[in-house]
Design a protein around this ligand. Structure first.
Ligand code: CMC
Length: 449
């Protein structure tokens, strides 16, 4: 098989957001397949193999999809080598400093920053949709108080399709998608806070009209009929930053899941429920919980970070330093940089000393000097320092992945919307290379050994 690159413009290109720059010719036993080269606005290159199987009988094999583009997207751009991340073109550093989670959600879903009127209407819709159907409260009783909140969150989000059936249509209108989007963004924080209250045996605290998104969530989580919650600006700001930084990350495991499930025209609630399950895993959003568990274990074991770095090296990937490494970032995860600074600032302002933060910093310093981590380009990722902030705020450990899910909600919605509105979207259906038994006849049970 030969690959040959042919430079040039393709006259058949109709797309406005990408351009074709020649083609790659794949020569399979003398049969030539021409694959157009697609170039994105930031210079990312792909060659389109859509006709490969039909014309040659071959498929490609790419476990973990490390070389596979599943779609074109205009939502988020990241450069893993240079270590930067932008939502709709805007660097996350600027958004973390100047924006709010609501505004960033609007940006991701609708493709532009809202003007004042649009932002006011969007915020107002959050208030309108903040409560959950009263009957949904019964669902919390069905779960044991020990249930992991990601299990109940995923079930509750899917159950919304049962409580709001009028919004479940195969071809929803733009207005219907808008309504589900704002419902999901608003109700998810109520569901999360209620599940926390249920797990500690306290009465649910309802959302308030006079509070904005983050203070409202904190109030539902931490106030009770006997104990009001004091809203602290620094805490609100730290949580805003975390939610903004988690809001999207292009085709990661959970977002790809949302797109894949949605490609069958499953409704938005069902697709996002599947995304929540994908996020739960410790290699993805569950890592923020796993990092703190790891740091606590190291602390209990005397705090020797080098011992755990050696363990990660010796066990050939079977023991991993949680919060380290990333499929795309091979320089530094830009989110981790901001979060580390945010954790330092928050703890300083609140006058809190968390020994786990010191331990995490020692771990980072030692790992970044170690040959194993240097050669594999393993750096702290978004999950390494975020748990320190959640702990400071008082969020329970098993709710850390839930916080990630609240943050990722606008990204999932934006991707589902982009996928469903794209007329070229096809149902996701990869192929395989079968390695099982060849044709084998059925053996009646009495003749089986
Ligand atoms: N500790 C020790 N070794 C590691 C780690 C780690 N955290 N991560 C990767 N490696 C090693 C791995 O063993 C392999 O070594 P070798 O080349 O000798 O076989 C090499 O680095 C490449 O690893 P990989 O598994 O091929 O990389 P990947 O791109 O498939 O996996 C990852 C990326 C994030 C799943 C992985 O780095 C990992 O498991 N990290 C720990 C879990 C974690 O922090 N996850 C959060 C990711 S960021 C937020 C999110 O996406 O939700």
């Amino acid at each position: 098989m030969l690959f040959h690159f042919v430079q040039g413009q393709d006259d058949n290109n109709n797309s406005q957001d990408t351009f074709m720059a020649g083609k790659v010719q794949i020569n399979i036993d003398g049969k030539i397949l021409e694959c157009p080269i697609i170039v994105g606005t930031e210079g990312d290159k792909a060659f389109d193999i859509a006709k490969l199987r039909a014309q040659t009988g071959f498929i490609t094999m790419d476990p973990g999809f490390g070389n596979t583009g599943s779609c074109k997207s205009a939502i988020t751009y990241l450069d893993g080598e240079k270590g930067f991340l932008r939502y709709r073109g805007i660097p996350i550093e600027q958004l973390a400093e100047k924006s709010t989670f609501i505004e960033t959600s609007y940006l991701l879903i609708y493709g532009k920053l809202p003007n004042q009127k649009e932002l006011d209407a969007f915020s107002e819709a959050f208030n309108e949709h903040s409560t959950i159907h009263e009957d949904m409260k019964n669902l919390f009783d069905a779960y044991p108080s020990s249930a992991h909140p990601m299990a109940s969150l995923s079930a509750m989000v899917c159950s919304m399709s049962a409580y709001y059936p009028e919004l479940i249509k195969e071809n929803p209108t733009k207005e219907e998608i808008d309504r589900i989007a704002v419902q999901l963004l608003s109700k998810v924080r109520t569901i999360c806070a209620f599940s926390h209250k249920k797990s500690i045996g306290e009465a649910f605290v309802y959302p308030r009209h006079d509070l904005r998104y983050v203070p409202n969530f904190l109030n539902m989580m931490f106030s009770s009929p006997t104990k009001p919650y004091k809203i602290v600006d620094e805490v609100v700001r730290a949580m805003q930053v975390l939610l903004i930084l988690h809001a999207d990350h292009e085709q990661n495991c959970s977002t790809s899941t949302v797109r894949l499930v949605g490609s069958s025209h499953a409704n938005l609630y069902a697709s996002i429920s599947a995304g929540i399950c994908a996020l739960w895993g410790p290699l993805h959003g569950g890592a923020n919980q796993a990092v703190i568990e790891m740091l606590e274990d190291i602390q209990k074991d005397g705090g020797d970070v080098k011992k755990y770095i050696a363990k990660a090296k010796d066990e050939n990937g079977r023991y991993r330093l949680m919060g380290f490494g990333h499929r795309v970032y091979k320089n530094f995860d830009p989110r981790a940089k901001i979060i580390k600074q945010c954790a330092d600032e928050l703890l300083n302002k609140l006058g809190i000393h968390d020994p786990l933060l010191d331990l995490a910093k020692r771990m980072e310093e030692a790992a970044l000097k170690d040959e194993y981590f240097i050669t594999r380009k393993l750096y702290p990722n978004v999950d390494f320092y975020s748990g320190i902030i959640y702990r400071t705020i008082g969020i329970p450990l098993n709710m850390f992945p839930v916080m990630f899910a609240i943050g990722r909600m606008p990204g999932w919605i934006a991707h589902w919307k982009e996928m469903i509105e794209d007329p070229t979207t096809k149902i996701g259906r990869p192929f395989q290379i079968y390695i099982g038994a060849p044709k084998t006849d059925y053996v009646p049970i009495e003749k089986r050994t």
